[in-house]
Design a protein around this ligand. Structure first.
Ligand code: ADP
Ligand code: MG
Length: 398
């Protein structure tokens, strides 16, 4: 999976097109969370220091192929200006006369941000002509947008394909690729995967792929309900995927055959309603009342899971252990994050909600890596090829 890097290219007097993921939340026209912008700064700063003329492209939200001012990248440009010493210019189009004129006028060491790629329907259609116009802007293409690298969109797939050997990976992408290969290629052992989140159906392929790799599989969150029921426990009115019960049973059998340690909750936090205001109750899994639903793993389960983590050298975590957005049902996820934060193993966290939970509970700094891609991370874990990565030039072994 080794890719040619931005640092492998001579950038002097080059025009560089940088694809980033500036898909940030906005609130009243102001950037509400700049994590994604900051994540791209190492590559941006590097390119500016190398005196490249830097053209930045990104999408923002889902404008559905139409120009919608509320999805303009202008607020992001204003914010980026505060994070870098160089003036950041903005043009309110991606292709066309004005964009081309501004691109031509751009000098080395300067930054120009083009308008939201998804204002043009051809972006999502992976349109070659749209990509060709952008390809004409630059000598080098850099992908630093891991979060969209699983999408075959024009700026991610067709464009780098046109750039050939001049399509390289940025530093953020490099980090994502390095951690993915730590997990996929030659994992340190014991290797433990922790999976949670609401549904088994969202993660079937991930579970199957990880079962071939890991020594231990820890299952929490709503998806554990289906495994518990398939194991013969009564789970009351918990969310269960009835059509996945036999699959869950088959996965447990597969784990046993492969000698993978499978860990399910031994106690749970339940409530009578799916509500922040519902009163939390604590039960062992063999005593769940018929009128209650499981909303979190219990304290004994946290201890039990911690013993597995203690012996591990590598841990991959995807999916919260409970409804962490509701205070009474957030302890399982918070406690697990706390255990991981003091664990000696390499800890790789992926998934939009999991990353949000770790950050919200204040443990982000303690993790080895928090992936910036939700869907892209899961597809990598499934062993899929990502169109945006496959297309980049191959790296040179050093
Ligand atoms: P990620 O985005 O990290 O991949 P998911 O999207 O798969 O994670 O799952 C996150 C969601 O799962 C959260 O919204 C959380 O509230 C929900 N969830 C976790 N446990 C339960 C449960 N026991 N019942 C219902 N929802 C749950
Ligand atoms: Mg999610």
């Amino acid at each position: 999976m080794k890719k040619k890097l931005v640092s492998d290219v001579d950038l002097r007097d080059k025009r560089v097109l940088l694809r980033v993921d500036f898909n940030v939340p906005l609130s009243n026209g102001i950037v509400a969370d700049d994590t994604r912008i900051r994540a791209a700064l190492p590559t941006i700063d590097y390119l500016v220091n190398q005196e490249a003329a830097l053209i930045i492209i990104s999408h923002l939200g889902r404008p559905k192929g139409m120009v919608k001012p509320e999805f303009s990248l202008e607020p992001v440009v204003k914010h980026l200006s505060t994070l870098t010493d160089v003036p950041v210019k903005f043009v309110s189009s991606t292709v066309g006369d004005e964009a081309e004129a501004q691109v031509k006028a751009l000098k080395k060491g300067e930054i120009l941000v083009l308008e939201n790629l998804r204002f043009d329907p051809r972006e999502k259609q992976n349109d070659r002509e749209f990509a060709a116009v952008m390809a004409s802007y630059a000598d080098v293409y850099v992908n630093d947008a891991f979060g969209v690298s699983h999408r075959a969109h024009a700026s991610v797939a067709a464009l780098p394909e046109l750039m050939g050997e001049d399509a390289v990976a940025g530093f953020l992408l490099e980090k994502e690729i390095n951690y993915a290969s730590k997990v996929l290629d030659n994992p340190a052992r014991p290797f433990t995967a922790i999976l949670g989140g609401k549904k088994v159906s969202d993660k079937i392929k991930v579970i199957e792929a990880l079962l071939d790799q890991v020594d231990n599989l820890v299952i929490g969150g709503g998806m554990a309900n289906t495994f518990l029921k398939a194991s013969g426990y009564q789970v009351g009115i918990s969310f269960v995927e009835e059509d996945k019960l036999s699959l869950a049973a088959a996965l447990m059998e597969k784990a046993q055959k492969k000698d993978v340690g499978l860990y399910l909750p031994v106690d749970v936090v339940t409530a009578k309603a799916f509500s922040e205001n519902a009163e939390p109750h604590y039960y062992s899994i063999d005593a769940i009342p018929a009128n209650e639903m499981i909303l979190d793993i219990g304290p004994a389960t946290c201890e039990y899971f911690a013993t597995v983590l203690k012996g591990s050298k590598l841990v991959v975590w995807n999916g919260p252990m409970g409804v962490f957005e509701m205070k009474p049902f957030s302890d399982g996820t918070r406690t697990l994050a706390a255990y991981l934060s003091v664990c000696d193993a390499d800890i790789v966290v992926g998934g939009g909600d999991s990353a949000a939970a770790v950050t919200q509970f204040g443990y982000a700094q303690e993790m080895s890596h928090i992936s910036t891609g939700g869907g892209a991370f899961l597809e990598l874990m499934e062993g899929k090829e990502l169109p945006g990565l496959t297309v980049l030039a191959d790296g040179v072994e050093k």
